[in-house]
Structure formats: C-alpha cells, structure tokens
Write a protein that binds this ligand. Structure first.
Ligand code: ADP
Length: 395
C-alpha cells in the first residue's frame, strides 16, 4: 500500500493530509496543520473522521520554527500515529503556475526554478509554497514531488477574460487575469459531473466563499471566467482583502496619503474586506452574530458585490443553469446564501428556505429555472488524485 502526503504551505501555516492510494479514489487517513510557522508554532493532527489526535501542541525548536521544522514535526506526528505510512508521493498546492501549466506537474529542478521566477506575481504565497517544496524534497529525497496550481484550472480563458486593457507588452510579459482557487473549482467540476451531469454540461457559477473568496463561471465543466485576476485580491470582498478596487485609490494612497508599498500591501491583504469594513472581525460567524451597524453594513456590501459578480459571470456565460456554493461561508451560512440569492430572482434563482436552512445539497425550489447547490469542496483530495496519477508516472 502506498501513501501520498499533501501539503499546503502558507506564510505562517502548513496544512497537510495523508492519503492512502489504491485502486479507488485516494482515501484520507489523517490531516493536520502547523500554525504560527515563523514563530512559536503549534501542531494539530486529526484522524479521517475529524477527531483530534494532537491538539495545538507546541512544536519544540531552538528558535523560531521554519517550514522545514514544521514539516519534520508533522511527519513525526503522522508516523507516530500511522507507522505503516509509505509516503512515495508528495503533492503541493502551488498558487501560481504561470502560463506553462494547465494541469498538475511532476516537479523537476527546472520547473521549480521557473516557478520561483513567478514569485513577484504572487509574493505573499509563491515563496512559501516553494519553501514547502524544498522542505519536502529534503525530508523525502526519493519521493515524487507533484505541484497542483491554483491557476491551472483557468488557463483556457478566452482572450477577453485573460487580458487587461494595458499596453500589449504587459500581456506578453504575463500581466494577465490568471484566476485562483482552481483546486476547489476542479473538485466541484468533478462532483457536478458525478452528481449533476446536466449542470456540468451547462453554464454554472461556482461561488467559493471562504476566508479568500472568488467566483468562477464554468461551461461544460471548464472555467470561462473568474472574479479573481492577476492577484488573489480582485473580485469579491474577502475576510481581510479588498476585492475589486479602483486602481485610482492606489494612486491616492501612494501620492496623497504617502503610504509605502509595504503599508499598502498590508492594507489590501490584511486590513480590508470584512475586517476593514466592520472594524470587528474578518470572521463571518462573528459578524452574523453582531448587532453592530458596521458589521451589518459589511455583510450588506459582501452580499451586494457577490450578486454583482454573479450577474456579471452569468453574462459572460450567456445564461445560467446552476449555482454552486462552497467554502466555509458558502457551505455553512444560510444567511449569506439567502442574501445573495434574494436579489437574483430576475435571473431565475429561487431559494427554498427549509432546504437552505438545512445546508441541503440542493437549495433551489423544485421548478426554479436555476438549480442552486451546496457542495463541500475538497482541495486536498484534488492534490491526492494528482499524486495518484502522476506519482506512478514520475516513479
Ligand atoms: P479558508 O479560506 O481559510 O480555507 P474557510 O473555507 O474555512 O477558510 O472559511 C472560513 C470562513 O467561513 C469564515 O469567515 C467563517 O466565519 C465562515 N464560516 C464557517 N462556518 C460558518 C457558519 N456556520 N456560518 C457563517 N460563516 C461560517
């Protein structure tokens, strides 16, 4: 029996999953997370049913814990609890695959080098993803290392959804609308093919609403347009990110407010979105529970922008057959789904209140023109599947 380790390395966290690879779909054995990497990190490990085997235990280290030490601690924990694990493939979530990758790839020194050249396109994610790759290569020198790119699912966008109206040289340099959250959309596309083939063949907007949030317009299971563009900042407002912003605001912040580039990065990525608008929290549950006017306004803006984006994507798809909600908010928040859908009766979206309250798989009314579904996403499984396919080829 062979196993795959999936890794999702962020700036201060390392999420991991252990999967058994067999004849069928990869089976989750355990998952976990190292938090506060780069500081006094902790480790949590859960079994496949979600029961905690290790709960936020401190990772011992001389100084701050880096990605190598976090991975070593994760591995030790996994092998202590699952000593039979034979990890021969490691799958990585890599935010940016640039123009070259429209699917997962077995990592070679040449590809890793090219991926590091994309770091300026995703400075807050790509270097950390690659730190995870290096840590895994050191820990598993014989394993096949597979990269799964958040941009890959969107690589076939038509030109008009791929371009900005800048001088053409920027397009040629790669300043394009890449789109992100591709692993989640890939999973949802696969689920639609399995459980709702009519929708899969049709025009669907998938709303991935988590801490990061985006929407993807799909036709025939493939991405036609995405709300995210060059960076993971564009489109919908998020937990702490702005979403779409008039670039004139950036000029104002630079010229009139005298903010440094670093300050602007922090403002746009860490201090805006639901947190910035509410002044209370980035967390939708906290805002839903709050009776403060600012919290309610943040929710109102969030749902209004989601409706606008959904309408825009329906136009890009030239019609709409279905909507899928996923991500922490999309899968769990009856209120947000209701508020987004409430303004979209004109496009054929009608919600069944009881089904919506129950987070049911189908939440639209029976005869409504547009079928609205809730499908829990599973990005790790998409990585594990790529390991199952490419691990064999690369071995
Ligand atoms: P990430 O993008 O970090 O993976 P998640 O997909 O876990 O994040 O989504 C986190 C968001 O989901 C948070 O804003 C959280 O408040 C929200 N969320 C989770 N459960 C609920 C719920 N029951 N009601 C409303 N929001 C929820």
């Amino acid at each position: 029996m062979t196993h795959a380790l999936t890794l999702n390395a962020g700036s201060s966290s390392l999420k991991f999953g252990l999967f058994e690879l067999g004849a069928d779909d990869p089976a989750l054995i355990a998952s976990g997370k190292a938090d506060r990497v780069g500081g006094d990190a902790t480790l949590t490990l859960k079994d496949a049913a979600g029961a905690k085997l290790i709960d936020a235990a401190a990772i011992p280290a001389e100084g701050v814990v880096d990605h190598h030490e976090a991975l070593a601690a994760a591995l030790k924990a996994l092998l202590d609890h699952f000593p039979v694990a034979q990890i021969n493939t490691v799958g990585h979530r890599v935010v940016h695959g640039g123009l070259d990758h429209s699917g997962p790839a077995v990592l070679t020194p040449g590809i890793i080098d090219k991926l590091s050249q994309l770091s300026p396109f995703a400075p807050l994610h790509q270097p950390h993803n690659l730190a995870g790759v290096r840590a895994a290569m050191a820990a598993f020198p014989k394993a096949v290392q597979v990269a799964c790119f958040d941009t890959a699912f969107h690589r076939h966008h038509p030109f008009v959804n791929d371009v900005f109206a800048l001088p053409r040289e920027y397009y040629d340099k790669g300043v394009r609308r890449y789109g992100f959250h591709g692993l989640s959309y890939d999973y949802i596309s696969g689920e639609l093919a399995r459980i709702a083939p009519d929708l899969h063949a049709g025009r669907v907007v998938v709303a991935h609403l988590g801490n990061g949030a985006s929407m993807c317009g799909m036709r025939g299971g493939r991405s036609v347009a995405s709300s995210m563009g060059f960076s993971a900042l564009d489109g919908l407002p998020m937990g702490t990110r702005t979403g779409q912003l008039d670039p004139g605001v950036l000029l104002y912040l630079l010229q009139q407010e005298g903010l440094s580039v670093e300050q602007i990065i922090t403002l746009l990525y860490k201090k805006s979105g639901l947190l910035g608008l509410s002044g209370i929290s980035h967390d939708m549950r906290t805002l839903e529970a709050s009776d403060s006017e600012a919290a309610q306004q943040a929710i109102a803006y969030y749902t209004f922008r989601a409706r606008r984006e959904l309408g825009g994507l329906a136009a890009a798809l030239e019609g709409l057959d279905g909507v899928v909600f996923c991500g922490g908010i999309g899968e769990n928040s009856r209120l947000i789904r209701e508020r987004i859908c409430d303004g979209l009766h004109w496009i054929g979206i009608e919600i069944d209140d009881d089904a919506n309250a129950a987070n049911a798989p189908v939440i639209s009314r029976q005869n409504a023109p547009v079928k609205v579904m809730v499908i829990p996403t599973n990005e790790e499984l998409v990585i594990a599947r790529a390991c199952a396919t490419l691990g064999k080829r690369g071995a």
